[in-house]
Write a protein that binds this ligand. Structure first.
Ligand code: OGA
Ligand code: MN
Length: 287
């Protein structure tokens, strides 16, 4: 049976996939429909899923090679492909990473090969709070003033976990020298071409600290301006989680941000599979 792809908003950012098997064991035609919808809408929402870890891994693997998150400590026992997010505990021990993803970012933006996509499954979700907000970075790029697009075309930004770890993860220990060596600063094009859609997205995020060819302080101010621009309400979709929801997002053309919830009262447990990516492509804007 063909699936229905229902856009979440008139501008086409985000769509809900309706009529899929709750374990996501899709036949080839349905899978191709999902993949095309993903490129067309950048984020896909699924409701009422009941996937085992194996089924989540099997579905995600059809989209491309999977990435195993390091350090391994937040990956599900026996399933290193599943990264656990949230405050769930088993036997008094945290199973996942708490307070992951506060602040707009795309997964792996601070790595040389950022992740192409991520698929987050809500196993336990709080009845209030803990929403995830997504930003449409194609529209954010298109809406920049032409003079600013010209100024940014061809420029790269430096992303630095080393400079910003203590800002984004104040509750975690400082990076060790070894961790710093493992996560050196990286430079990525700000006007990023999506390898499948061919469209240009604004590629910036919470780990960006400097813009090529722009004095440091001015670059920082411009990064803050670009981040604020991307967070304007017209570019956003806010997902309020119900148990059994899953969201597939494309890190090449969207950003996302976790929001807080009452961690004393509620358990939030999310299972994420993550797609390996490619070196970001610089958009050719000469035309
Ligand atoms: C992630 C992430 C946000 C959330 O899993 O990559 O940023 O709301 N999660 O859990
Ligand atoms: Mn994230």
């Amino acid at each position: 049976m063909a699936l229905q792809i229902r856009p979440l908003a008139p501008n086409g950012f985000g769509a809900e996939v309706v009529g899929a098997d709750p374990t996501l064991q899709l036949d080839d035609a349905a899978f191709r429909q999902v993949e095309q919808a993903w490129f067309d809408h950048s984020i896909l929402v699924f409701r009422n899923l009941a996937m085992t870890p194996e089924q989540q891994i099997a579905f995600t693997r059809r989209l491309g090679p999977l990435h195993i998150m390091v350090p391994l400590q937040y990956n599900l026992d026996g399933y290193p492909e599943i990264f656990v997010v949230g405050n769930a505990e088993e036997g008094g021990k945290a199973v996942g990473m708490r307070r992951a993803g506060m602040g707009f970012h795309s997964d792996g933006e601070d790595k040389a090969i950022p992740n192409a996509g991520s698929f987050l499954f809500g196993v336990n979700v709080p009845p209030e709070g803990g929403d995830t907000i997504f930003a449409d970075m194609y529209s954010a790029w298109d809406a920049l003033p032409a003079a600013l697009r010209d100024r940014l075309a061809g420029k790269r930004a430096r992303f630095s976990r080393i400079e910003l770890h203590h800002v984004h993860y104040p509750h975690l220990p400082a990076l060790t020298e070894e961790q710093k060596r493992d996560r050196p600063d990286v430079w990525h094009p700000i006007a990023r071409k999506h390898p499948r859609s061919g469209r240009t997205a604004l590629y910036i995020g919470r780990w960006a600290v400097e813009i090529e060819g722009i004095p440091q302080e001015e670059g920082k101010a411009l990064i803050a301006e670009l981040c604020a621009h991307a967070q304007k309400p017209q570019f956003l979709y806010r997902h309020s989680w119900r148990p059994g929801d899953a969201v597939l997002w494309d890190n090449r053309c969207t950003q996302h941000c976790a929001t807080p919830f009452d961690e004393e009262r509620y358990t939030r447990r999310m299972h994420r599979t993550t797609l390996e990516g490619e070196q970001p492509l610089l958009a050719d804007l000469a035309a």
